[in-house]
Ligand binder design. Structure first.
Ligand code: ADE
Ligand code: ZN
Length: 346
């Protein structure tokens, strides 16, 4: 029998993929202080408490205002390696077998760090994580509050490292920055063979228009967040028919909706979409900022939304099904899930 109420142990042991994780959002206070010291950077914080006190936000923009300045401590290749390796070890502890990791090159190149420094540090960690059974790939995101010209230049800088990059995404402040602003750059990225995804953050102004552009004009394969899709039944049908997955992040949702007066993890919407046959998944977004890694995000839904063991298993299966790995790899991971639940059923 699967547990009536899924336990942390059950969720942790279940093989999973993580598909919505910003590597810069895994910068834990301890590592931030360590790198600030090593690189001689005055961040105006000297204790863990100081860093934690700076984590004050209640919507996407106030979060981003804390998030970008923190990246200043990342200076050389070894810093990016250490950041990614720390996350990949956490991923391993969370039962993640495969992870597709976002990174924001412009947040680093804009402050004088080369694209090569960033990608070489991250990809060395990706390579080394194979030794402890975590398979990973990298998704380069354009910052949507910068110009399309900046995105075009970034795409050009990425081309010599195309073998190390699995896809292209879009993140940062969505307000006044619709998908169409980057239609040309996404089209070019697709023509180079990159997979495509895009943030449709929760409860944004013009959410539905942005989602429609992302799906119908740009042709993304996944939507990051995207639960506002429920407002338009035609779009729900569209994602079901096209097998487009949504990457939800409950703890992140709770924090970026605080300014509405009601903190909302969007678990109700996630479960409703799951019941309608949408390939929903659970992810951690920026775990060092939002209070937890992937298992914590599952526990949030189990404790507050009554997520069942069967739904937990379905979400784990979805995470492999909508990932950008080969069909053979997908089959192997799905078999691992079956073997894991059979041990419980016997
Ligand atoms: N950058 C890091 N996390 C993000 C999020 N949840 N939405 C938009 N941009 C981000
Ligand atoms: Zn995100």
């Amino acid at each position: 029998m699967l547990p009536t109420k899924p336990t942390r142990e059950f969720v942790t042991g279940l093989p999973k993929a993580e598909l919505h994780l910003h590597i810069e959002g895994t910068l834990e206070p301890e590592l931030k202080l360590k790198l600030a010291k090593k690189n001689n950077i005055d961040i105006g914080q000297s204790t863990i408490e100081d860093v934690k006190k700076s984590l004050e936000f209640n919507d996407l923009v106030s979060f981003l205002n804390v998030y970008y300045p923190a990246m200043e401590v990342l200076q050389d290749e070894s810093d990016f390696y250490e950041l990614a390796m720390a996350y990949l070890k956490k991923a391993h502890q969370n039962g993640i077998k495969h992870t597709e990791i976002f990174f924001d090159p412009q947040a680093h190149t804009a402050r004088g760090i080369s694209f090569e420094t960033v990608i070489m540090g991250l990809s060395s960690a990706v390579q080394d994580a194979r030794a402890f059974g975590v398979d990973a790939s990298l998704i380069m995101c354009f910052l949507r509050d910068l110009t399309s010209e900046s995105a075009r230049q970034t795409l050009e800088e990425a081309l010599p490292f195309a073998d190390l990059i699995n896809g292209v995404g879009l993140d940062s402040d969505e307000h006044h920055n619709p998908p169409m602003k980057f239609a040309q750059e996404f089209h070019t990225a697709a023509s180079y063979g990159f997979n495509l995804t895009m943030h449709a953050d929760v409860d944004q102004v013009h959410s539905i228009d942005h989602i429609r552009e992302a799906l119908e004009v740009i042709g993304v394969q996944r939507l990051d967040h995207g639960t506002n899709i429920l407002e338009d039944p035609d779009l729900v049908d569209f994602v079901v028919q096209k097998n487009i997955g949504l990457t939800s992040c409950p703890l992140s949702n709770s924090l970026v909706t605080k300014n509405n007066g009601i903190s909302d993890n969007k678990g109700k919407e996630l479960i409703e979409l799951l019941n309608k046959g949408v390939k929903m998944t659970v992810n951690s977004d920026d775990p060092a900022y939002f209070g937890g890694y992937v298992v914590d995000n599952f526990m949030e839904l189990i404790d507050n939304n009554g997520l069942t063991s069967e739904q937990v298993v379905q979400l784990a299966k979805n995470s492999f099904e909508i990932s950008w790995i080969s069909d053979n790899q997908k089959e192997l991971y799905l078999e691992q899930i079956e073997a894991y639940i059979n041990d419980f059923i016997e």
